[in-house]
Design a protein around this ligand. Structure first.
Ligand code: UT7
Length: 326
């Protein structure tokens, strides 16, 4: 059976840095509170003229270059995002156009912070069924445009950026060994954007009531995130007859340092197994895992055969895992 092999990774973040000290000038918070409660020191924010498709395209170009694959060879593009350039067409179609990936089918996936792993799961099934041979999976967000910059509970957390992987169908033993995806819609209200869909279409009322912005009950989400991500990791390990100590790189969704530490502790992971970069980017939702993956791939931390576990949780609620033999 063909496996989905990651042959290239890429990432792109805005040049503009917003530090905790910058945020202190916007809302009633402190550098100390943000670092202690979240681990975040700074995040990147898009400027005028930069969109989700901008970062998605650059990340994809870098991944293609690493893989040595031309855009016309790609037959599938999946973009995971909850901050698309437009409600439609799909951001994936804009990326296809930018790349001139003329032979690809392109669509978006909305699974919030789990979106990239949902994308990997879908593409893995295309690869295994023979429906695609070379694909791009991209997680990309410009969350700074749906964050309420007057709400200190949420605005300190998020950042913008994109990460991408090129996946090829290959024989052999390396590649994606398992994907698992889960949802529980009973919790949809804990993390959502009330406005701009057809329940609360554009109106003065929607603007006045700030419904265009993301709403999160952080504390509830926190507790559910730790449990769901721990379960997702155990599920991936047991499906592959592996133990936590077999993991070379554990790459969790980068939402909060305390969430990552709690999961690491519950799984019995060493600090050396954990990949953490949220102090520099904040929570970039679907982009967080592919950005971290690209960073450790480019600094040559990973070697062939390494076991890499990706673990995500997000609005929906959704949670997911992907286990890779590199
Ligand atoms: O990516 C998708 C999933 N999202 C997440 O995983 C996010 C999960 N949640 C979290 O990361 C955390 O819940 C937060 C970082 C959002 C909040 O941390 P917390 O420890 O859960 O704080 P809290 O919401 O319980 O608030 C504690 C206090 C409150 O004050 P009172 O009511 O105790 O007086 C807040 O008003 O901290 C206050 N607070 C702040 N203070 C200074 C909340 N935000 C801030 C802030 N600066 N930015």
């Amino acid at each position: 059976m063909m496996l989905s092999r990651i042959r290239g990774t890429g990432s792109a973040v805005p040049a503009k840095i917003l530090t905790n000290s910058d945020i202190v000038k916007i809302v009633d918070t402190s550098d100390d509170w943000i670092i202690t409660r979240t681990g975040i020191r700074e995040r990147r924010v898009a400027v005028e003229g930069e969109y989700t498709s901008t970062f998605a395209t650059i990340a994809a170009e870098k991944a293609l270059q690493m893989a040595g694959i031309g855009p016309e060879e790609i037959d599938l593009i999946v973009v995971a995002t909850v901050t698309p350039d437009f409600p439609f067409p799909a951001t994936a179609c804009l990326v296809q156009n930018n790349l001139k990936a003329v032979n690809a089918a392109a669509f978006d996936i909305a699974a919030a912070c789990s979106g990239f792993l949902y994308g990997l799961s879908v593409v893995d099934k295309f690869i295994k069924s023979g429906g695609a041979k070379k694909a791009l999976v991209i997680g990309a967000e410009v969350l700074s445009r749906i964050v309420d910059w007057s709400d200190r509970n949420s605005c300190v957390l998020f950042g913008d950026g994109a990460g991408a992987v090129v996946i090829t169908a290959e024989g052999g033993e390396s590649g994606i060994l398992s994907t698992h995806i889960h949802s529980d819609g009973t919790y949809w209200e804990l993390l959502h954007q009330p406005g701009c869909g057809n329940r609360n279409p554009a109106s003065h009322k929607v603007l006045d009531e700030r419904l265009v912005f993301l709403k999160m009950q952080g504390n509830e989400v926190f507790k559910l995130a730790v449990r769901a991500m721990e379960d997702a990791a155990h599920e991936a390990l047991s499906a592959n007859n592996l133990k936590a100590s077999d993991i070379d790189f554990f790459i969790p969704h980068q939402a909060n340092r305390r969430i990552i530490d709690a999961i690491g502790k519950r799984l019995g992971l060493l600090d050396s197994q954990l990949v953490i970069n949220l102090e520099r980017y904040g929570n970039t939702s679907s982009a967080s895992i592919p950005i971290a993956l690209d960073e450790i791939n480019r600094n040559q931390s990973m070697k062939e055969g390494d076991i890499v576990l990706l673990d995500a949780f997000g609005g929906g609620l959704t949670w997911a895992s992907t286990l890779i033999r590199w």
